[in-house]
Design a binder for this molecule. Structure first.
Ligand SMILES: Nc1ncnc2c1ncn2[C@@H]1O[C@H](COP(=O)(O)OP(=O)(O)OP(=O)(O)O)[C@@H](O)[C@H]1O
Length: 505
């Protein structure tokens, strides 16, 4: 469903750079800023060779780590964009970097000499910058896949499940008080899909608490439910609400809405993640509403996730809200200390690395915001221990995680930052999340985003969400713009520094 280019051939280089930027962006959103920066930032796309994407990493250690931990996910993301790509070949970047010299001049390192000659490297941007003059009301990148790059489902019963995350199964989900109800509902749906009272299953809760994990787990189970008896896997379509909107708009532009509708309505299970991003998009909501009805009427299961319950989602049409709430609504609560400990134990065990209980207690006390961050911190510790061949210790943890821990110690919330900045510039608090772009509102908003990045450990996507559902590229743009302005304008810099000091004390 997520395919952005034709199934048979890779796109031309310019489009490929965009595809790669999208894949990295998606990964960054999924793993969070800390994990992305630690492991994935230095990844470059070298070439497409037949069914393989060649991805370079600067060291052997990083290459092995990325291949082991993100290899399947990257392959799934590639396949969703370019179905002809079936494998990823992770290699170590030769010295000097292939970008700087012609392939013939590459030194014959043992690594390089085992590998086939490398076509000219493709350098993709780190992330898509926020386009100037954005037309889209919430400040996300304009939805503009060219008609030529339209998604096509080669086979309506084909493998829609490629974008499902192989790590997100029931087996790897740790159950505790805060999520046991949602877990039980997902299990029930997996056992008896589309039963009345459980269709749709609407999962909601704060950032990084396991909504996506649970919806994927249910989808995997439904998909493979008949396989043991020799039946083929069922078809599952998974996409974010944002992607649904992009695809729908692209289909409208290329006059292929019928195909879009038919292909979607032919799936057995439909998963829509982060439904809050459909807010205010009337046409898309209308289309979603019809797809929703068609699937439920045909006895297919729908699972939806959002950051709020149906009744609290503003900007959603009433009839859709009613439809969304008419199945089972289950929330995932903030984690407890006990659940965080259990999750850490399970994750450490699955990686086969001994982590002393003291370190787990320390992490569970310090990193309380969400599971994604907790997981990212643990992964970082384990990687450092592997890298230097040392055991994980409390002292080591304090050193390795000092940046994350510092941010958590300050305990400044994004809401406090927004409030302080709004007061300081004398604008309304609601303007922090409004679509207004007048300079007198937009600049303070950028300052607040900048401070949120500096003073909290929230990832860019999380910050974007708190500012009216904006995209992470908008936050990135705000952060660099404010930094630039601070360099150029000392009065502005003093102002921002003053705000920072007020918030820190
Ligand atoms: N109970 C749990 N057991 C094991 N892993 C968990 C649990 N809850 C969350 N995680 C892990 O935390 C990470 C974030 O979870 P997930 O992506 O499902 O969160 P989410 O609620 O969908 O977040 P978002 O609001 O950002 O979409 C994933 O790696 C997931 O596997």
């Amino acid at each position: 469903m997520e395919n952005a280019v034709g199934p048979s051939s890779p796109p031309p280089p310019a489009q490929l750079a965009e595809v790669w930027a999208r894949i990295r962006g998606r990964l960054r959103e999924e793993v969070g800023e800390v994990e992305y920066r630690t492991w994935l930032r230095q990844m470059t796309l070298s070439a497409i060779q037949g069914e393989e994407a060649v991805v370079l990493l600067p060291t052997r250690f990083l290459r092995d780590w990325v291949r082991g931990h993100y290899g399947d996910r990257l392959r799934a993301l590639w396949q969703a964009e370019v179905p002809s790509i079936r494998r990823i070949d992770f290699r170590v970047t030769p010295e000097p970097r292939a970008a700087d010299v012609a392939p013939a001049a590459l030194p014959a390192t043992a690594e390089a000499s085992r590998q086939p000659p490398r076509p000219a490297p493709l350098r993709a941007p780190e992330a898509v910058e926020a386009p100037a003059g954005l037309a889209e009301p919430l400040g996300r990148p304009a939805p503009a896949p060219a008609p030529a790059a339209e998604p096509r489902n080669p086979d309506p019963r084909g493998d829609w499940s490629a974008p499902l995350d192989p790590r997100f199964t029931f087996d790897t989900f740790v159950v505790g008080k805060p999520n046991e109800f949602a877990y039980a509902c997902a299990r029930r749906v997996a056992e008896k899909p589309a039963s009345p009272g459980f269709n749709p299953l609407f999962l909601y809760g704060g950032v990084g608490l396991g909504k996506t994990h649970l919806m994927h787990a249910a989808a995997w189970a439904i998909r493979d439910s008949g396989v043991a008896e020799g039946r083929p896997p069922l078809s599952v379509a998974y996409m974010s609400a944002e992607k649904f909107m992009y695809r729908f708009i692209a289909a409208l532009r290329s006059q292929s809405t019928m195909e879009f509708k038919e292909s979607l309505r032919s799936v057995d299970v439909l998963l829509i993640d982060d439904l809050q991003f459909l807010i205010g998009k009337d046409n898309t909501q209308e289309e979603f509403f019809h797809t929703f009805n068609a699937l439920v009427d045909a006895g297919k299961q729908i699972i939806v996730s959002a950051d709020k319950s149906p009744s609290d989602l503003s900007g959603i049409e009433d009839r859709l809200r009613t439809r969304l709430g008419c199945g089972m609504v289950a929330d995932l609560h903030a984690t407890t200390y006990e659940l965080r400990i259990s999750i850490l134990q399970a994750k450490a065990q699955s990686q086969g690395v001994p982590v002393p209980p003291k370190v787990m207690e320390f992490l569970a006390h310090k990193i309380t915001s969400n599971v994604r961050e907790l997981e990212g911190a643990l992964n970082r510790l384990i990687a450092h221990a592997n890298l230097f061949g040392r055991p994980v210790t409390l002292e080591g943890a304090q050193e390795v995680l000092h940046d994350i821990l510092r941010a958590h110690d300050r305990r400044v919330t994004i809401e406090e930052i927004q409030k302080r900045v709004a007061e300081h510039y004398n604008i309304r608090l609601t303007d922090m999340s409004s679509p207004r772009r007048a300079r007198n509102v937009a600049r303070p908003r950028q300052v607040a985003m900048y401070l949120a990045k500096q003073l909290t450990s929230r990832s860019l996507p999380e910050i974007g969400r708190r500012f009216g559902g904006r995209d992470h590229t908008t936050v990135m743009h705000a952060v660099s713009r404010v930094a630039e302005l601070m360099q150029a304008d000392s009065a502005f810099a003093e102002d921002v520094e003053l705000l920072r000091r007020m918030l820190e004390t």
